[in-house]
Every structure is written in C-alpha cells, then in structure tokens.
Design a protein around this ligand. Structure first.
Ligand SMILES: Nc1ncnc2c1ncn2[C@@H]1O[C@H](COP(=O)(O)OP(=O)(O)OP(=O)(O)O)[C@@H](O)[C@H]1O
Length: 236
C-alpha cells in the first residue's frame, strides 16, 4: 500500500518550473532514494511534502486521506511526517538525551517516552553519549543524533536530505545500517543523496529527477544502465 502519493505536482518559482507535473508513489515499508543532478527539484519535493513550499497544482496524500498540500507545516509534522535537514540542527547546549526529548515532542505519550528515547539512542549508536552535550559530538554523530530525534517522534514518513554529506566512508557505511534500521512495515522513508554507492546500499528503489520530472524509477542497477540517466547525471 502507498504511504505517500504525489500526483501531478507542479511548483513554480517566478517563471521557472522546479517541479513539473511530477507523480510518484512510495509504499509503506519502502526506502526510496531520490537522486538527480543539481537543480533537479529533489529538495523542492521534500519542501512540498513537509509544507515549507506551496505547490502551484497537484496533491500529496499521506495514507488514505490527508492532503498535505492543504496542511500547515505543523499539521504535517503532527500527522507523522518528519524531516532531517541537510545541515545538522541539533541543540548544542543540551545533552543528547535532552535533544531526543525534544525530538519525542510534547505530544509524546509519557508511557512511551523512555522506550522511544532508548530505542533512538540504540539505533543511532549513541548510548554511551546520552549525557554529553550535543555540541561536543563529531559531525557524523550530530547527523546520527538528528536522525534519532526524528525517530523519537515515531514518524510514519521520514524525509532525509543528504544524510551522509561530509561523512567519512566508515561513517557513511554506518549510516546505511542506521537508516535500514528505521524501516518498519508501516513507515515510508525518502532519502535524497548524491552519494550513489550509499543510495544503492540503502534504497529499495530510486526515482531519478531531472528538470522537475521523473527520468527513471526502479532499481538502482537499472538507473545505472539507463542511457538518459547516464547522459544527464551518472555519466558526468
Ligand atoms: N525559493 C526559490 N526561489 C527560486 N528558485 C528556487 C527556489 N528554491 C529552489 N529554486 C530553484 O528550483 C530548482 C530546483 O531546486 P532544488 O533545490 O529542489 O534542486 P535539488 O535537486 O535539490 O538540487 P541540489 O542537488 O543542488 O540540492 C533550482 O533551479 C533552484 O535554483
């Protein structure tokens, strides 16, 4: 079943179409990679899904019925769509645990809170750092903490924007395991990333965007072999 359905979505900035009649559907349980050259519309897609940017036309439907293009950012977050931005934005003067409390959110049932925080610490591999100030973490650990903050909110949809930017090969490999560990049958995960080996390792399917449209959708191996994808993106 589709967790997130994007239908005929267009976003226009001035006279420029950043998304051009784009449609795609992401299944519950799926990890979808969204790739493509600079300016293809990847971040704009995440911005519309999370309510930051308004579409000119089209719809984004969460689950059976919630039209995200008619919802505010706060309503979208409350509906369970959570995003990790490209630059880590943890609270540096608070401990790792306190950051996770914030990730868990005011709406988190008290009986759930400590279980979720322990789960998030474990998946992010930050158990031994729980009482450390987040500002003292290494860049990679901050990325993992921010993913853990998203997880602590128990999201239905997770949007990750370039989660391995600036990470070492070893940290990138660890991030693959972390993101695969977020998978749940009732959860969809969307990952925007330029690191193709990472995308291949983490994603079940990829959508290749170019000029706001889908150029290819399917397995990463197929994307690597598709002449148009090679021409506009992978071959460069
Ligand atoms: N607020 C805005 N106003 C005007 N143009 C914008 C705005 N946001 C994005 N754009 C333009 O829309 C296009 C798509 O941008 P977007 O950031 O979605 O691309 P991207 O695929 O995420 O690229 P990158 O890989 O470089 O992050 C680009 O040409 C960009 O300059």
């Amino acid at each position: 079943m589709s967790a997130l359905v994007v239908e005929s979505l267009s976003v226009v900035f001035g006279g420029f179409r950043a998304l051009d009649d784009l449609s795609l559907a992401i299944d519950a349980g799926e990890i979808r990679g969204v790739i493509g050259p600079n300016g293809a519309g990847k971040t704009t897609l995440l911005d519309v899904i999370s309510g930051i940017t308004r579409a000119r036309s089209g719809r984004v439907t969460l689950g059976e019925a919630i039209d995200l293009t008619r919802s505010s950012e706060a309503e979208i977050a409350r509906a369970g769509v959570r995003r990790k931005f490209q630059r880590p934005s943890v609270f540096p003067a608070l401990s790792v645990r306190e950051n996770l409390e914030i990730g868990c959110g005011a709406g988190c049932p008290p009986a759930e809170r400590s279980r979720r925080i322990v789960e998030a610490l474990t998946i992010a591999g930050l158990e031994s750092q729980a009482d450390r100030l987040a500002g003292l973490l290494a860049h990679g650990e901050k990325q993992w903490l921010e993913i853990a903050m998203v997880l602590a909110s128990d999201p239905r949809v997770i949007l990750l924007d370039e989660p391995v930017a600036g990470l070492s090969d070893e940290e990138t490999e660890r991030t693959v395991g972390l993101i695969r560990g977020l998978r749940r049958p009732d959860r969809a995960i969307v990952v925007v990333e330029h690191d193709m080996a990472f995308v291949e390792a983490v994603a079940d399917r990829v959508t290749v965007l170019h000029e706001g449209r889908t150029l290819y959708e399917g397995a990463m191996a197929g994307a690597r072999a598709a002449p148009r994808v090679i021409e506009v993106y992978l071959g460069r």
